[in-house]
Design a protein around this ligand. Structure first.
Ligand code: ZN
Length: 436
């Protein structure tokens, strides 16, 4: 796209001689250094490019080139002239936010647990459901029975659903394989899904999710086995981080610590399902291990929050599971704010406790259940979620960052948390390429 440089005058002559389309093509071809591959004009930007506030810019311009934002500001401040005839210039209405980042999902799985949901509503207890073959081990059986292709085929529509509501990057955990081959299969499918959709997928090895039946009564032996798989999975480029379920019904802090030491030996960052059902000091353990995030954290104490603040560990709030399980213990929101811990919000999409296919809906639940402000919820699914995945190149609309953004049919960003359901997304882009 030209500025006021000489080729534009030549192009104007071409308009007179050769007609409009020839002129526009010449104009693009001859300009030495076009400043963008695409330019969005007229919408309101919510840049989030400051510590507080949405960073609203009305009648804005957003330009990008080679997958990177080259301009994010007012239309009036745009340098040079705009070739309005170019098909890369898009007049738009609505609000543009950074692309949403879902920083905690278990979206790769086989089967579903809808029958278990029905049983629960008929009054069945957790034990009765487990005896009837339900619970997490039913998903483990389904994942083990599925081929890699089948697992991909079943997971693909769930990713598509997340993308339809503004997600442009996401994390996917393993944890339903619970043996080497099946954990590997899950991680390979997660990688393949990222390629299929042209989005960034951060993979997390969650082998320490549950105890498989073949290790019943021997959690330490299982952790030894899982520690043995890590270097091989890592060598295949399948692991971006390591996670564990530290809980009375999961793994102990000592077992979690061993898993984390194995991760650290490979230079892999860690994160933790912490303090969801009881306070085992999980958030502090994650923080002191240099963890990217401590997730759930309903029962985290002030000491845990203080440790997170000290180590820059992100608090990942998962209101979907809170909602489905009808929990009543809220995460320590006031303490998190007081100690200035970054808060993220994620779907925790999983077949048992959070079959949630919209990150925007998770934002809504975070506002209604946890009393997050819509601005906190939006930061929680953009800049803070990116931080939880160590993706420093996105989450804010700013020149120099990756061109991941979403255009919404709304007048104000608070509407993202206000509407329940519906179709608000007009278009989304990842690395400058249109996704939806
Ligand atoms: Zn989870």
């Amino acid at each position: 796209m030209p500025g006021k440089a000489q080729p534009r005058g030549v192009a104007v002559a071409w308009f007179r001689i050769g007609g409009l389309y020839a002129g526009a093509a010449y104009n693009r071809r001859m300009t030495m250094q076009p400043r963008w591959d695409g330019l969005l004009l007229g919408a309101t930007l919510a840049t989030l490019d400051a510590d507080a506030g949405y960073g609203l810019v009305a009648d804005a311009a957003l330009g990008w080139k080679d997958g990177v934002i080259t301009y994010a500001g007012s239309r009036a401040g745009l340098p040079g002239e705009i070739d309005g005839l170019s098909d890369e210039v898009i007049e738009a209405e609505g609000v543009v936010t950074p692309g949403l980042v879902d920083c905690h999902t278990h979206v790769v799985f086989a089967g579903d647990r809808a029958a278990e949901f029905e049983l629960r509503l008929q009054g069945a207890s957790y034990e009765q459901i487990a005896r009837a073959g339900g619970g997490i081990l039913s998903t483990v059986r389904a994942v083990r029975a599925a081929s890699e292709d089948e697992l991909f085929r079943q997971s693909e529509p769930r990713i598509a659903a997340l993308l339809r509501d503004g997600v442009t990057s996401l994390e996917i955990k393993s944890g339903y394989g619970l043996d080497f081959d099946n954990e590997r299969k899950m991680l390979r499918v997660a990688r393949a899904l990222g390629e299929r959709f042209g989005i960034t997928v951060r993979t997390t090895c969650l082998a320490a999710h549950a105890l498989p039946p073949e290790f019943a009564g021997d959690a330490d032996g299982y952790i030894d086995a899982a520690i043995g798989w890590l270097p091989r999975l890592h060598a295949e480029g399948l692991v971006d981080a390591v996670d564990a379920f530290c809980e009375g019904i999961g793994f102990s802090p000592a077992q979690t610590r061993r898993m984390f030491e194995a991760a650290r030996a490979l230079g892999l960052p860690v994160k933790l399902h912490a303090d969801q059902l009881s306070d085992l000091g999980g958030a502090a353990l994650a923080a002191e291990s240099g963890g990217l995030s401590a997730d759930h954290i309903e029962f985290t104490s002030e000491d845990g929050v203080r440790a997170m603040a000290l180590h820059g560990t992100v608090a990942v709030l998962l209101p979907g599971a809170f909602h489905v399980l009808r929990e009543t213990k809220l995460p320590p929101l006031d303490l998190l704010r007081q100690h200035r811990v970054s808060m993220a919000v994620a779907t925790d999409c999983n077949p048992g406790t959070s079959p949630l296919l919209s990150l925007r809906q998770a934002m809504q639940l975070a506002c209604t259940h946890f009393r997050l402000t819509p601005e906190e919820a939006l930061r929680g699914t953009t800049v803070n979620a990116a931080k939880a995945l160590r993706l420093a190149d996105r989450g804010v609309l700013r020149a120099g960052l990756r061109a991941d953004f979403a255009l919404w049919r709304i007048r104000h960003p608070a509407e993202l948390c206000y509407w329940l359901g519906g179709t608000l997304l007009h278009a989304s882009y990842a690395g400058g390429h249109r996704l939806t």
